[in-house]
Write a protein that binds this ligand. Structure first.
Ligand SMILES: [Zn+2]
Length: 531
């Protein structure tokens, strides 16, 4: 439960609106609905769904949201702009679309930088103010909660603070609940942001909520949001995993734990904060954007410790080495194992995975790791292959399938394009399967053929798919005779894992990594996990 003694910070998520501006991202309406459900599950107060009327997708999203989304903690917000220059509110299409979106709250963007009013809108400053005032009043008249999004506020305030404040006042007087101070081009720095926000908050006192909307162009989006909160802002806007155009938006997966765990604000109930890592990974998956292992708090390396002298010390007193407890955000301490690993690391890793290894087996694992890493394996980057190696050392052998043989053929067609076909022969229990599949490359073709064979017996594999495939040539001296290392990242939609293969033959290396991936996926397919 939330603690009433701690001041509250509202979180406003704009993953579906500003986040979808990221180059290369393309969300379907289905994706957007699933993302909204995740945000609600996490406990975000406001979800900006998009700009109704701007494109058919956003329109369909709001239409389907009305019947298909059952939000329990979040309120959906529609985004739009103020009325047009010299236009009327009652025949303005943007405002009409906002009303028709059917949300309880809307957020409208308007200009607070005099230069933009004069140059971009080509109108006078009085009309600039009236556009905001009229639009807020009109939407309030339709019973909507209205947030005013002050575009380029920090730049505008720096050059003409009187005008920037006059626009905010107009919005507040006509009933806007929230004034969103936007660092639209992301050029501000934390110390100036804190000062400006403090001035705005002092000006409006408790009449309105002041919100922060920051972009990461100086690498300070999160720092600027925190500075704004120190200045008195009580709402922070951003996106999960920081996605957004150019360098991205304020990263909610970083700013939320900072506000709650470091600054003492009440942001999410503790049991919801524990969902943060899972939601970050789930959204990355839905968006098809691999999450950086180094993402603060939620990345897979965020609490990873490399083998060394102090591994056993970390196990005894984690707070001596970690800036916060990873469990608070749903992450975990991870011991990274490599050829440098000593017995203590292997013991800890086995314990972390729930594997019993006696002293003899531990010694064998260390020898095996050294041998494999010398050949070119790199287990730090392949947690799932490492787990399988430890399990085998403990006497386990998987019986999901056995490979009899595999063949890959690539043809160049007369038009210059290539086709690849794989044939796999595998045994699942007493049944022998011979399957053929085409793919856009050898790994894809093998993966498809193997799935055709395995899926009837293991429907859970339907959820498992490959998210990344990396090849690295290890011995560049000997050209095509060199050893290659293949790394495959896979996911089942909630958890991700990495596997490795090494060989002089790229197909063989790929097969090793692929087989490990599927074995790991099958091994854990029955794990009980929420969502
Ligand atoms: Zn923005």
């Amino acid at each position: 439960m939330s603690d009433p003694a701690r001041p509250r910070i509202e979180i406003f998520d704009t993953t579906l609106r500003d986040g979808s501006q990221l180059e290369g991202i393309s969300l379907t309406v289905e994706d957007k609905l699933r993302i909204a459900e995740q945000l609600d599950w996490l406990g975000i107060q406001w979800i900006e769904g998009g700009w109704p009327g701007a494109n058919p997708k956003d329109e369909e999203f709001f239409r389907r949201a009305r019947t298909e989304l059952r939000l329990t903690t979040s309120t959906l917000v529609a985004f739009g702009s103020t009325r047009r220059v010299a236009g009327r509110v009652d025949d303005d299409p943007t405002l009409r679309n906002l009303v028709e979106a059917g949300t309880a709250a809307v957020c409208i963007v308007g200009k607070t930088w005099d230069y933009h009013v004069l140059e971009a809108l080509q109108t006078d400053l009085a009309e600039g103010v009236a556009m905001v005032a009229d639009s807020v009043e009109h939407l309030r008249g339709h019973g909507l909660e209205v947030m005013f999004d002050a575009e380029h506020f920090f730049d505008g305030y720096r050059r003409n603070p009187e005008y920037a404040l006059r626009v905010l006042e107009a919005a507040a007087e006509r009933g806007a609940s929230t004034l969103v101070l936007c660092d639209t081009n992301g050029g501000s720095l934390p110390f100036e942001v804190e000062q400006v926000v403090a001035e705005v908050v002092a000006h409006f006192r408790d009449d309105v909520v002041v919100a922060m909307h920051t972009h990461d162009d100086t690498g300070c989006a999160v720092a600027n949001a925190l500075a704004g909160v120190r200045g008195g802002a009580r709402q922070v806007q951003g996106t999960i995993n920081g996605i957004g155009e150019r360098t991205g938006n304020c990263n909610l997966t970083t700013v939320i734990p900072n506000l709650q765990l470091k600054m003492g604000f009440d942001v999410l109930a503790p049991e919801r904060l524990q969902r943060l890592t899972q939601v970050a990974h789930h959204l990355a998956e839905l968006e098809n954007l691999p999450l950086s292992p180094q993402a603060p708090y939620v990345g897979s390396s965020a609490f990873a410790h490399k083998a060394g002298l102090h591994v056993s010390a970390i196990a005894k007193a984690p707070d001596a080495y970690e800036h916060t407890s990873p469990a608070l955000v749903g992450n975990g301490t991870r011991f990274v194992v490599s050829e440098m690993a000593g017995r203590a690391t292997i013991k800890l890793k086995a314990k972390e995975l729930g594997i019993e290894l006696d002293g003899k087996a531990q010694g064998e694992v260390i020898d095996e790791l050294k041998r494999l890493e010398h050949e070119g394996y790199h287990f730090e980057a392949a947690d799932a292959s490492l787990e399988l190696l430890l399990r085998r050392a403990a006497g386990w052998e998987h019986d999901f399938f056995t490979l009899e043989s595999m063949r890959v053929i690539t043809d160049e067609l007369p038009n210059g394009s290539f086709t690849t076909e794989a044939t796999v022969k595998v045994h699942v229990g007493d049944t022998r399967y011979v399957e053929v599949a085409e793919g856009n490359g050898p790994v894809n073709a093998i993966d498809r053929a193997l799935r055709l064979a395995l899926q009837p017996a293991y429907p859970a594999l339907g959820r498992v798919h490959l998210t990344d495939y990396k090849v690295r040539v290890l011995d560049t001296g000997s050209g095509t005779g060199a050893v290659v290392r293949v790394l495959i990242d896979s996911t089942d939609g909630t958890r991700g894992w990495s596997t490795i293969g090494v060989s002089e033959n790229i197909i063989e290396a790929s097969w090793q990594a692929l087989a490990d991936s599927l074995v790991y996926g099958l091994l854990h397919s029955a794990d009980d996990r929420p969502h």
